[in-house]
Design a protein around this ligand. Structure first.
Ligand SMILES: [Zn+2]
Ligand SMILES: [Zn+2]
Length: 889
């Protein structure tokens, strides 16, 4: 039977074959009407520009493990897949591609550009989806969505209009983060602060009445060209008397007032005087509004200075302008000093350019009312549970300090803002379609807003828009709220919190029950993976070399809860070796199978009872730890069970039974138990290693008792149930004893270098008659596992000379060595070895008694030396005992 498993496991062929099989049978397709309990996950939609990286591998393997686990547990599982249109990212990629063909975006215009993006998407946008399939992801591909497809676009516009009509969305002149390279506004979260070494320039502004001057300090001197006031603290003794006077603004022909503000001026910072530039600074914007000051925009959208900066600076790049302003001030004798200054500079999340705070007219969403709702849910404990838990604090802090969300982006690729302006009266009208005429004045010409929505606006609706909202679909009824969201902690705010806001607002319920935040993947030295460091392996190449199962399983093995993953290809080798181990074990088990026959009585063999008991505990623990999102622990638990209990012990212990023709019943029990354990273990492994488990399972299917009743694939086979009746503590205890004895015998063989093929005679002195019975029952197993015979001796029987001996709990044993080894040579060897170790020990002791070394060497080096010392001391103890043993008698 089962000649089907070739000697070598070839992941490539097997993976392609079974993925096609699963898709063909629609095992991944969810049926909202099945009546089974629902379990659903929405995929964090990868960007259409995305290419599979190890972060995706981690994140999607976890989702697939959960979905496959729940599918086997009998849930109706929906893993909703799709991609994100990724506004700026895609815009930049297509712009660059067109530039390579000599085409300028501005020249071809909006409509053609957007056509080009769609064409690009058709050609390349599916790459990441194909790669997810190679990884084995069991998404419901028939339901694949795209944030710009027709249905989702309708959801986006519906939400926008609803919020617009509730006056939650407004258009305002506000200061926002602006990327001069991407030429667009960004949200707070898209502007990344980074501490940088800059300078603090101290500049003197002369008083307009010629009676002196006042010093200000700034990190961005070029913005002084847009100053509209100078502010001091009203209680600052140095400056309070100047309030009400004016200063002549250097390098311009303007004078500006000196104002007082107790709230927004910090006396202690710099000179205690702040320049006020409302159009180019967040604080100054607030200050300006409060004191009703004008706003002067001195910079164009691309970061060059405009007319308002004055003729000397117009057309200069912002940084060039900074140099010129500093030089001109120096020439005028108004530069009082420069100090080094470390401060946070904000960078574009997409292109890393230094951002400019900029006054501009944008669309905003009032987020405070939405955040309040989430905070209330937090109090009522109705928010999703976050794993790891420590994130909850961050989440709360963010909600309490949230600012309005800048929704508009000056791009062409994305959901165009559904607002039309009347060419005559200027009024704004929101609607899915262009209005035929102005609702206020009846004019027939209206123009749509030029901007598009922030990409995260559509992703915020993902859990319900993908299920057909605003229609009340069967999918929404069955699968919303979704069960678990698995995503990186870096997008907790960008995405997770916004989904929650929109979920409560439009579905009146949370979008998911649980959030599992994944860790970062780093290299083995703990460094971030990056192309420039060359430490960022391509997962597709890794899968080609080792197989998708090996990569998936390795990722789960190295993913301890809440800690960064330290990845290396060697870890994937562990995964591959494990797959090979599984393959070889399956070959051995299948080789011995015969056509199934029913009615085999329950085996009373100790090893059979033991492995079934171990299996049952493993099922119980694996189920519990998967339910607690303990992926690493589950992967490790299964590894230990399969490799050690099943392969190292059980399969080795039953070998002689399988070949023994004199005891057919025992052979039958052995092969049937091995098959049962293998079959159940494959199910436990299936979520982690879907391909190899399917391949082996299909091969062993014909050997199963009720093979006709079995499902078409392990992918839909029921998850093993733990049967407490199979747990046999006595059998586990007895086998543990046997294992310890075998371990001790193997230790003697290694210590005295007895050749592996030489049989040893082990004499046991045991008082407990039950133990004698257990061990006698295991004589054959011990014989084959440790290559020795067991004999039981009386308490007063004399021990011959030249024996190795040992004590195991309440048993003594000895093994005569004469005849097996040359006792004289062995005595010399052991003595020499003892001398060598003693010398090593002496060196270590010297090092550790050297106060200088202990104080100055790094702690881990000292620790290592101490470990060595302990080790050597142990070795000497063992060598002494062994020498005593063979010299005695
Ligand atoms: Zn940028
Ligand atoms: Zn009008």
């Amino acid at each position: 039977m089962a000649e089907g498993l070739p000697p070598q496991y070839d992941p490539g062929t097997v993976e392609r074959k079974w993925y096609a099989f699963w898709e063909e049978h629609q095992f991944f397709h969810a049926d909202p009407a099945s009546g089974k309990p629902p379990y659903s996950i929405v995929i964090p939609p990868p960007n259409i520009t995305g290419i599979l990286h190890l972060g995706h591998v981690l994140n999607n393997t976890i989702q697939d493990v959960l979905i496959r686990f729940k599918r086997m547990q009998g849930y109706e599982t929906l893993w909703m897949p799709g991609t994100d249109h990724a506004g700026i990212a895609t815009h930049v990629v297509v712009e660059r591609m067109l530039a390579e063909r000599g085409i300028d975006r501005e020249e071809i215009g909006r409509e053609r550009f957007v056509e080009e993006v769609w064409r690009w998407r058709e050609q390349y946008g599916g790459t990441i989806i194909r790669q997810l399939k190679e990884l084995g992801c069991s998404c419901d591909w028939k339901r694949e969505r795209f944030t710009m497809d027709e249905g989702l676009s309708r959801s986006v516009l519906t939400v926008f209009i609803a919020l617009f009509e509730k006056k939650m969305i407004y258009r305002g002149n506000r200061i926002i983060h602006w990327c001069p390279r991407c030429n667009t506004a960004l949200s707070n979260e898209e502007s990344v602060p980074r501490d940088e070494q800059g300078s603090l320039w101290r500049i003197r502004y002369p008083l307009a009445d010629g009676t002196g001057g006042i010093s200000i300090a700034t990190t961005r001197p070029e913005t002084m060209l847009g100053d509209v006031a100078v502010a001091v603290h009203p209680e600052d003794e140095r400056h309070a008397h100047l309030v009400g006077k004016r200063v002549s603004l250097p390098l311009t022909d303007r004078s500006v007032p000196i104002i007082a503000d107790a709230e927004l001026v910090d006396q202690a910072f710099g000179t205690g005087v702040v320049k006020v530039t409302p159009a180019h600074d967040f604080n100054d914007f607030i200050l300006g509004n409060k004191h009703d000051l004008p706003q002067i925009v001195i910079m164009d959208e691309d970061g060059t200075m405009n007319e308002a900066a004055g003729p000397a600076y117009r057309g200069l790049d912002r940084f060039e302008c900074r140099r010129r302003v500093v030089k001109d001030l120096e020439d005028l004798g108004l530069l009082e000093g420069i100090e080094g200054h470390v401060h946070a500079v904000r960078h574009c999340q997409r292109c890393d350019s230094v951002l400019e705070p900029r006054l501009s007219r944008q669309w905003f969403l009032k987020t405070r009312p939405l955040a309040r709702r989430l905070l209330r849910a937090l109090e009522e404990d109705r928010i999703p549970g976050i794993t790891p838990e420590h994130w909850e604090k961050t989440y709360r802090h963010w909600l309490e300090n949230i600012e309005d969300w800048c929704l508009s982006r000056q791009l062409w690729w994305g959901h165009r803002i559904p607002v039309w302006y009347c060419a005559s009266c200027g009024s704004a009208h929101a609607g899915i379609e262009a209005p035929g005429q102005c609702g206020r004045c009846g004019h027939g010409v209206l123009h749509q807003d030029e901007d598009v929505l922030d990409t995260w606006f559509s992703s915020a609706l993902w859990p319900f828009s993908t299920m057909g909202w605003p229609e009340r679909t069967a999918e929404l009824r069955t699968f919303y709220p979704t069960s678990t969201l698995v995503t990186g902690h870096d997008i907790l705010f960008f995405w997770v919190v916004r989904m929650m806001m929109m979920g409560y607002e439009f579905m009146d319920d949370r979008p998911f029950d649980d959030v599992y935040l994944t860790s970062l993947v780093r290299d083995i030295k703990g460094r971030k993976l990056s192309k420039s460091l060359g430490n960022s392996p391509d997962p597709l190449e890794v899968m080609d070399t080792y197989g998708a199962d090996a990569l998936r399983y390795a990722m789960m093995l190295i993913a301890p809860h809440g800690q960064d993953l330290l990845y290396s290809n060697e870890q994937v080798e562990v995964g591959r070796n494990f797959a090979n181990k599984m393959w070889n074990a399956a070959r051995l088990v299948l080789m011995h199978q015969k056509p199934p026959e029913s009615g085999l009585p329950v085996s009373e063999n100790l090893w059979d009872r033991w492995i079934l008991s171990r299996l049952d505990r493993t099922v119980e623990q694996a189920t519990r730890s998967l339910e607690q999102y303990a992926f690493h622990e589950t992967a490790l638990l299964l590894y230990d069970f399969f490799w050690h209990d099943f392969c190292d012990w059980y399969l080795e212990a039953i070998k002689q039974r399988l070949y023994d023709e004199t005891d057919a019943a025992s052979a039958d029990h052995a092969r049937r138990t091995a098959l049962l354990v293998l079959e159940q273990t494959l199910r436990l492994f299936h979520p982690f290693m879907p391909f190899i488990t399917e391949e082996i399972w299909q091969q062993l299917r014909p050997c199963l008792d009720d093979r006709d009743a079995e499902p078409a694939g392990i992918v839909v086979a029921p998850w093993p149930e733990s049967r407490p009746a199979r747990v046999r503590a006595d059998a586990e205890e007895d086998i543990r004893y046997v294992q310890e004895l075998i371990g001790a015998i193997r230790g003697v063989r290694a210590d005295f270098r007895v050749h592996p093929t030489q049989e040893m005679a082990v004499h046991c002195r045991v008082a407990d008659p039950r133990l004698i019975e257990v061990l006698s029952g295991q004589a054959r197993a011990v014989q084959s596992l440790a290559r020795c015979t067991l004999a039981f001796v009386d308490g007063d029987e004399a021990r011959p000379a030249g024996c190795a001996s040992g004590v195991l709990r309440d048993m003594e044993f000895y093994i005569p060595l004469s005849g097996l080894i040359d006792l004289e040579i062995e005595t010399v060897r052991l003595s020499r070895e003892r001398t060598r170790v003693e010398q090593e020990l002496e060196k270590v002791r010297k090092r550790l008694s050297n106060g200088q070394f202990v104080q100055k060497a790094p702690a881990d080096v000292v620790e290592k030396e101490k470990d060595k010392q302990n080790n050597y001391e142990d070795m000497i103890g063992r060598l002494n005992r062994n020498l005593e043993m063979i010299c005695a008698g």
